[in-house]
Design a protein around this ligand. Structure first.
Ligand code: SIN
Length: 279
């Protein structure tokens, strides 16, 4: 059942904890691509079942800095309560876009929700790109932007720069501003308020001005759906075609869940694929 004509659908009659037939897996993948974010209710998932469901769609991503439950490095804990002074995802973003190869999708399973509030907003980056005026589409069509993470993850985790496994705790990457979705070949806007810091080749005030236009545009309500969580709800979003942000309007109540993140491929750009591949 679609949530809006633009983005989001709630799917009923499937138990994500069990083994899913090839047909059901294919239908879920098609629904994800069509609706960009799909929602499920009343799912009883252990962390192992949650990971197994994620692995049906690709390898799981291990986040360099976010907290994980003991023994499950592929799972991120999403938690807020009366002791929190920030929560994950309070600005519009696609997950870990600072990675050279950002994730394809994320699956969030909520265990505990506040009595009211704590919704998540999702926005379609197809619609965001398609509703830009032609002159702005032309301006950004061949530009690349930096996505950084130290200002996002550094503040909360306080890690050393190089992790024990040798990975950089705070990756940064240059991506096309307009990417081609690898499964639909449609153009998406791929800059976000959380990670994107500057546009390559522009002066500082030019870059800030263009990014402000794009960030304001991305937050247009007509591109969005808003998901009201219940305990055991699941949201599965396509990071390549959407952005999302959490709403922390429920302090001091508790909200608790777990996310697995599925690895993706390097964002592609039709006009400059060759130069992008060189980066
Ligand atoms: C996230 O950005 O993955 C967290 C979203 C949420 O907690 O609603």
């Amino acid at each position: 059942m679609p949530l809006t004509p633009v983005i989001g659908a709630e799917i009923h009659g499937v138990d994500l904890s069990g083994s899913l037939t090839d047909k059901v897996q294919k239908e879920l993948r098609e629904a994800l691509i069509t609706y960009q974010v799909i929602f499920f209710r009343d799912q009883n998932l252990t962390l192992d079942q949650h990971k197994a469901f994620g692995r049906l769609f690709g390898e799981l991503h291990i986040h360099p800095t976010e907290p994980s439950p003991e023994g499950h490095p592929e799972v991120i804990t999403i938690h807020a309560d009366e002791n929190s002074n920030a929560v994950a995802g309070m600005k519009w973003h696609s997950d870990v876009s600072c990675d050279t190869v950002p994730p394809m999708g994320s699956i969030l399973h909520m265990h505990e929700v506040p009595a009211a509030g704590g919704d998540t907003l999702f926005a379609s980056m197809y619609r965001a790109y398609e509703t830009l005026s032609a002159p702005i589409q032309t301006l950004i069509g061949n530009l690349f932007a930096w996505h950084e993470s130290i200002h996002v993850h550094g503040k909360r985790s306080g890690n050393d720069r190089i992790l024990r496994d040798g990975r950089d705790a705070y990756p940064e990457s240059l991506h096309p501003i307009v990417c081609i979705h690898p499964e639909t070949n449609r153009k998406v806007l791929f800059v976000n308020e959380n990670f994107t810091t500057r546009i390559e080749g522009l002066g500082r005030s030019e870059s800030e001005g263009v990014l402000k236009i794009l960030f304001d545009h991305i937050a247009t309500p007509e591109f969005q759906c808003r998901f009201r969580w219940q305990p055991k709800s699941v949201a599965f979003w396509d990071n390549r075609s959407t952005q999302h942000r959490s709403v922390w309007d429920y302090y001091p109540a508790c909200r608790h869940g777990y996310r697995v993140t599925i690895t993706g491929e390097k964002p592609g750009h039709s006009a400059t694929q060759t130069s992008f591949e060189r980066l």
